[in-house]
Design a protein around this ligand. Structure first.
Ligand SMILES: [Zn+2]
Length: 319
């Protein structure tokens, strides 16, 4: 089954090392006045990805969604210029940030919008290849429920992978309960931002059969290399190397080399990964988390529910 990138479907084994939560273009709708949070520059994005490719990166999941100024055409141009595969997402970060777009929409209308977005509107037109949902803090709000249920129903209908935003891991189990009620296979779910929630919470999520993305790698103010070493040792000890994926969720100019920031999107592969391997995390486990798991998780047949073009059996591989 192929991975659905913004430049078309590719064979899953073409993806290579894939960072499973990045930002290249976009920024939060609710904070228009904070320049550091907005990534408007396609040239900068292409330079950042070219560096990532130099460190061995083959693909990224670009998690800027509909309340984050997503640009499918922009991402397609950046992918062509850098040679790095980009998978884009349909959906929202949370009920609060989605509210201006969904307050007067039914869940079914949101499901339709997501499913339409997952299908190219025409030959060569970019489409998303994954679904995003998420929630805020404390307890699921009515709008959070709406975002999560719509994402879940779109997942069941399309077969696309479903990834979530949590506030530092809060409400991860509540998200999973909503998805379970809607009939989503946990293997098609990946919960995000669990790094600082602690390894016990990570294990609780993994016990449901869902995947996790440790996506705060390189934000040294939060977790050090030693912290990740401890986390990964435990998760691998408990047998979860097939359910963990990795990334650097750098939604700020000050994290990206192309804007003069540090440590750059190539940090994970160039510096963090070798440091973890030197501390004893097996290179084979890194290969699972960076290559095999993203390839398996992101691939699906677009026509599995009778929608869209038939890509089964005859995969169109783009460079
Ligand atoms: Zn993000």
């Amino acid at each position: 089954m192929p991975v659905h990138t913004v430049t078309g479907p590719i064979a899953a084994e073409q993806l290579g090392s894939c960072l499973m939560h990045v930002h290249l273009l976009g920024g939060p709708d609710e904070a228009p006045g904070e320049p550091d949070l907005h990534l408007p520059d396609a040239d900068a994005a292409a330079r950042e990805l070219t560096e990532l490719a130099g460190a061995g990166g083959g693909g990224v999941l670009e998690m800027s969604c509909w309340d984050f100024a997503r640009s499918l055409d922009g991402l397609a141009a950046v992918s062509r210029r850098s040679g790095v595969a980009i998978v884009a997402v349909a959906g929202f970060r949370s009920g609060a940030t989605a509210a201006p777009q969904i307050a007067d929409q039914s869940i079914d209308a949101i499901v339709e919008r997501i499913c339409d977005d997952l299908e190219p509107a025409g030959e060569g037109t970019p489409a998303s290849g994954a679904i995003k949902g998420g929630s805020g803090r404390g307890a699921l709000s009515e709008q959070d429920e709406k975002v999560l249920r719509a994402a879940a129903r779109a997942q069941v209908r399309s077969g696309a992978p479903l990834l979530t935003h949590t506030e530092h891991g809060e409400l991860a189990l509540d998200q999973l309960r909503v998805f379970d009620r809607e009939g989503v296979d946990p293997a098609r779910i990946a919960i995000g931002h669990l790094d600082r929630a602690g390894v016990e919470r990570q294990l609780e999520v993994l016990a449901t059969g869902a995947n996790i993305v440790l996506d705060q790698i390189g934000k040294l103010k939060y977790l050090s290399v030693e912290d990740y070493h401890r986390i990964l040792e435990r998760l691998l000890d408990e047998g979860h190397e097939d359910r963990v994926m990795l990334s650097s969720d750098f939604g700020r100019r000050s994290y990206l080399h192309a804007y003069g920031g540090e440590p750059g999107l190539d940090h994970l592969l160039r510096s963090w990964m070798p440091a973890l391997i030197a501390r004893g995390i097996p290179a084979t486990a890194m290969q699972r988390m960076l290559v095999d798991n993203p390839a398996r998780f992101l691939s699906y047949d677009r026509d599995s529910q009778g929608r869209g073009a038939d890509v089964r059996g005859d995969v169109d591989v783009h460079a």
